[in-house]
Write a protein that binds this ligand. Sequence first.
Ligand code: GAL
Length: 881
Amino acid sequence: MAVATAAARASSAVPLLLVLLMLCIVGASRAANVTYDHRAVVIDGVRRVLVSGSIHYPRSTPDMWPGLIQKAKDGGLDVIETYVFWDIHEPVQGQYDFEGRKDLVGFVKAVADAGLYVHLRIGPYVCAEWNYGGFPVWLHFVPGIKFRTDNEAFKAQMQRFTEKVVDTMKGAGLYASQGGPIILSQIENEYGNIDSAYGSAGKAYMRWAAGMAISLDTGVPWVMCQQSDAPDPIVSHSILAAGERTPTLTFVAVPRVQINTCNGFYCDQFTPNSNSKPKLWTENWSGWFLSFGGAVPYRPVEDLAFAVARFYQRGGTFQNYYMYHGGTNFGRSTGGPFIATSYDYDAPIDEYGMVRQPKWGHLRDVHKAIKLCEPALVTAEPSFISLGQNAEGHMYQAGSLCAAFLANMDAQSDKTVKFNGNTYKLPAWSVSILPDCKNVVLNTAQINSQVTSSEIRNLGSSIQSSDGSSIAPELDTAGWSYAIEPVGITKENALTKPGLMEQINTTADASDFLWYSTSIIVKGDEPYLNGSRSNLLVNSLGHVLQVYINGKLAGSAKGSASSSLISLQTPVTLVPGKNKIDLLSTTVGLSNYGAFFDLVGAGVTGPVKLSGPNGALDLSSTDWTYQIGLRGEDLQLYNPSEASPEWVSDNAYPTNQPLIWYKTRFTAPAGDDPVAIDFTGMGKGEAWVNGQSIGRYWPTNLAPQSGCVNSCNYRGAYSSNKCLKKCGQPSQTLYHVPRAFLQSGSNDLVLFEQFGGDPSKVSFTTRQTGSICAHVSEMHPAQIDSWISPQQKMQRPGPALRLECPREGQVISNIKFASFGTPSGTCGSYNHGQCSSSQALAIVQKACVGVSSCSVPVSSKNFGDPCTGVTKNLVVEAACS
Ligand code: GAL
């Protein structure tokens, strides 16, 4: 469609021949032959060094996809990886959905439009911190089914869905063999990590999955990650040649068998299980995921860059960042339990779709450096060069091609090494990349890319800008309406049964909520009473529990990401006569990882017991009445088109009380900066904007007080709890509202508050780039200069500081700080040191103000020498507008 329109417009201005040529180029889709050998993925006979990044399509909105993909391309990526999420595509058995955020074909085409490749990880078990690991919960109820093992019912379902995905891709011509972008596909996910728990049936299942995938004939290679016994592509045949007495062993390559790949923070030590397979890294964890109740993990880019360089140094040719853009777990899509709504992951592109600096920029520079080595990497075999203890080099040399990587794996000491007749300084835990075996174009520990401080503007609930126009989301003057969610059973179809039922088997995950309700008659002299008081014990598999006695909250408890189990002891006051006991059990994302994760239950499984000084009453096997979900969910109170009489419009709405629905209207913040709601002041619940769920919110779930570091030392092996921030603070206060969920004019916001909160405290924020900062030493390797032409190089020798406005159309409006000498501090709070050139500000202003990007040489020639004999740095903080 876009092509036709472009062509129609062009035809009036340019000759027909040119139009035809344009059409050929734009519409070109040439089948590519994708194979592999022991060194690389081979596309049309050419071995490739590929850099890939994960972007999961349902974790953003389709209008965001082209921008995210473009930023990935600008960051030096060749491939976009995504899982396929079975549960969203087949929410009801046999009913498929590929619309909106679920438009897999649209996503793959968007990647193709940017000229990038796709790695499609079908799974269909995906893990991914996704509800139930991506399996639809109805799968659990298929008669006779056992997940991820040699079980006919499971295999039939898995094959049917895998075929559906492959057929959909084939139907849209999306495999490389058809001219599309998909060059790789994955079946299963990290099964090798847990398959021993399934015994020999697990092995049989793995072999079945491998063969089933291959039989689908996609024309591109398949991978199995973390599967060290993935079927090997080599079969041996004994052939007795004529006249020979001993048979000759001939190896025959079977095309497109499973390649086993590595996942982890480092994969340089990995070797595939056959020497005919390339060394591929399917998950390089760029950070880590956030849990409600956990501190915020981050991974320093110096360490990530080190891991990447080490992998390519030691023969790797394909690596994928998991995640490159993490995004948001909208709705009830988080796995768990207790995975947060934000899936930011400290990825190079943040949750809101903005580049995270210096991570994005430094990795882009790493990718450039590695690509400069590509001709040598794909031609030569690496030769090892000993550089002493904890240091090693690898050289790739063939004819005139030569590239080298020099690594210092020591976590403490910098080293000076000799290589090829030259001396090189290697900071601790770093790799220097030498695309010509001589000049260092990049050292992974030295960042020469700009930092951005992103600024969160709190817009409150109604702010007028200075020119009088409204820039803020204005809450309707009518304020908030509310609706009370009743305690206990209100639905007519509620089921009564003796005993306590497990939650997931009961709700089939149709809702987070399950009410367990019973009542007792109290005479007053029961042994479990102490006066009118008793102690109630409720044991639950999780995840969150509230106990109501006679309609009033008596106690609540929650599990955590490390253990969802709850044992709640709460004093309760009982009255003579009938007493109602209502337990509200809530799930916060179903388990997604581990052997038999599908069988990890939830809910109140007992015992439930009243006890006092003289005895106890066990209620575990009494009659309980069950209600799946809330009345408000049945009434679709979250849906603005459902006008329900439940809503009360009253400015004196209740606050800090459990089980209340709130509703208001607002106008969206002007402009196109990403929007988030700050739920500080609320307890726990779910929020909907114009009927679309932006996810569960839980700002009262705080990270532990300890375990965080003030500044994380990137040197030394990283692990998911090495670098944590925000200890003692809410795990997540800001919740992304994608622009696509908003409309001009009035928007609806509905909250279901489970614990109690004050909605008047809810505020809107937009995310903007605050300052851009850069810091470059005059001793920095002249990395950028080796990427420019020799003529440019002559004119501009030595290191340079670059600044670039993050958004198109912006120019550098102001230099907030510039210092050449010995400045200190971080972006937003730099200080001049004792040594400081008096001309720095004027020189940087002249070079940078009014342009979208600039480059300033970092040398005493440019700034004058404020202190001879001292290594000087140039530090700049600028604003763009
Ligand atoms: C891996 C898994 C991914 C994701 C990751 C952690 O084990 O394959 O799907 O869960 O861990 O983010």
